[in-house]
Design a protein around this ligand. Structure first.
Ligand SMILES: [Zn+2]
Ligand SMILES: [Zn+2]
Length: 262
């Protein structure tokens, strides 16, 4: 059992739970491999649009982050395989700056995710999943929930096509994050054209999907990213689905694990 998506105390919107505590709990839960994938620092010149500006790790914390992983690899060498990773944001218009981050930190990476949390509209950048209210106000601005889903899937598609250098992550994070508030703000249809397009491109490029359990415990979501009907198709297409708890607390480990495809 492996968990390919775990956050740490270096996440400003996460918890102070120590990285060693994640390792202890992972071992207790029967996890044999764990990737720490903290939100990489945001690209130069990008202003975090969230109210608390707390979306990503600070540059100052990066050396300690990787040093701690190195130490934990030693401490738990016998019981847990620990991989050094990052969850890297794909932001339209910041491809060059993101490539620079990847070129700098890539040599330290053993695993990584490419995720979309920020969407570009005509009046700047917005965080998709900061809060339900934020989601709704963004939807209203751009013409409704369907328009927001469409923009999100299009941005994920662009992330897959983007040239981000030789350290570009091989796994696409939570490809249906637009569904985080789906029970409160449903879209009118399933966007099959869009998600099929994403799956085909993921397969064509030999990439993997983050099979993310965090949505299960979100009251307005209650499903994995991607949900079963997409995960089934992905599996049939031979796309590797890599479980990720996306835990921001020790208690969040194994989130949604029981809801995965068998
Ligand atoms: Zn986070
Ligand atoms: Zn994420």
């Amino acid at each position: 059992m492996l968990d390919g998506h775990v956050h740490t105390p270096y996440c400003p919107h996460g918890s102070a739970d120590a990285m060693a505590s994640y390792c202890e709990e992972a071992i207790k839960q029967g996890i044999t491999q764990l990737s720490f994938t903290e939100h990489a620092p945001l690209p130069e010149g990008f202003k975090d649009p969230t109210p608390a500006q707390d979306s990503a790790m600070r540059w100052d914390d990066v050396p300690t982050y990787f040093a701690t992983i190195k130490q934990l690899k030693n401490d738990y060498a016998k019981s847990l395989r620990i991989l050094a990773g990052l969850e890297v944001d794909y932001i339209v218009g910041f491809e060059k700056e993101t490539t620079a981050i990847l070129n700098e930190l890539g040599p330290y990476l053993e695993d990584s995710l490419l995720s979309v949390h920020f969407l570009q509209t005509t009046n700047g950048y917005h965080c998709l999943d900061y809060s339900a209210d934020g989601f709704w106000s963004l939807a209203e601005k751009i013409g409704g929930v369907d328009a927001l889903y469409h923009l999100y899937y299009k941005t994920v598609q662009l992330s897959i096509e983007a040239s981000l250098g030789s350290f570009k992550p091989k796994r696409i994070g939570h490809m249906t994050l637009c569904r985080k508030y789906q029970l409160r703000y449903p879209a009118s249809h399933s966007f099959e054209t869009e998600w099929m397009h994403i799956l085909k491109e993921v397969r064509a490029q030999g990439l993997e999907l983050d099979y993310n359990g965090a949505g299960i415990i979100k009251p307005d979501c209650q499903e994995t990213y991607p949900p079963l009907f997409i995960a089934k198709t992905a599996k049939e297409m031979g796309i590797p689905l890599i479980y990720g708890s996306d835990a921001h607390t020790v208690a969040g480990l194994k989130s949604g694990y029981d809801a995965l495809l068998p």
